[in-house]
Design a protein around this ligand. Sequence first.
Ligand code: GLY
Length: 368
Amino acid sequence: MIETVRVELGARAYDVRVGQDLLARAGDEIAPLLRRPKVFVITETRVAALHLAVLRTGLGEIEAPALELPPGEATKDWTYLRACVDWLLDQRCERADVVVALGGGVIGDLAGFAASILRRGVRFVQVPTSLLAQVDSSVGGKTGINSSHGKNLVGAFHQPSLVLADVDVLDTMTPRDFLAGYGEVVKYGLLGDADFFAWLEENGAELAGNADLRREAVRHSVQMKADIVARDETEQGDRALLNLGHTFCHALEAATGYSNRLLHGEGVAVGCALAFDLSAKLGLCSQEAPSRVRGHLQNMGMMRDIRNIPGDLPAPEDLLDLMGQDKKVVDGRLRFVLARGLGEAFVTDAVPSEDVLDVLRASGAGKS
Ligand code: GLY
């Protein structure tokens, strides 16, 4: 079964198709967008080995030259952006052509950004192959690369023309990568839908092995993201809610050198637990809320505290300092997404540093 979520953005509106066998029917899905039977695929070697042949078969008569880049976050940089743009120009990708991003968040962000600047903007299709990319990064049009100054600091809003989220490809993910993506799924329940969080408490453990449940989790997450993006495409307001857990997460990622010690989605899960700790400490929600968040993460076998991250970590004061580098700092004030309860998140900059330090300390910051 394939379901469709529409991202309602007027002239830039598009469908996110969620279901099984979507790679195998990619030709039927993409053909209506094409002026000629040719697409330009940007992918990475690991994903290409698993999925490129299936995609090409699914594209049928549509020609699909592919650029295979190295896997990993380091690919999201100027060197590979230039490689993408030069390759597309070498291939004579025209203004009316379509680029296909086949991969996880790194490839989606990079290929989307290359598409946004090539010939002042060509269309692109996202074919996300990780859970994180299916529920978050492939939808909403944030594209970009990292700079030596930080993650995602160079980029553009460039909406895809179509997203094909084939939940079958998630079978090839490692359990750790799958669970990291699940951190973003839990985030949706926590930020805006307590019933969805309860559904995850009930069904989360079955998702990895059950395609129907997986499709429902992806569809629901994408629907929530689509609704938020339709209200606030360029993050002037509500879209910031999608950053629940991210202020903590970005500091923890920086502290662990963006290494394998902490995957982004793992940092989001820990960050969500800390955001609920902070909310409870400030008297915004009950003490039961952070316990429920932690209980679910624990049942899923996920990290939920700073002390769960392997290796040494900086002192609370140093983590707070790293939070000060966050993109969301406005006029020098840290902005947090906090919650009045499960599913009731809001954005605030009225958070005393002492309370943040207490939460970091209680979660294990500074301990080796
Ligand atoms: N990943 C957060 C956003 O798309 O706004």
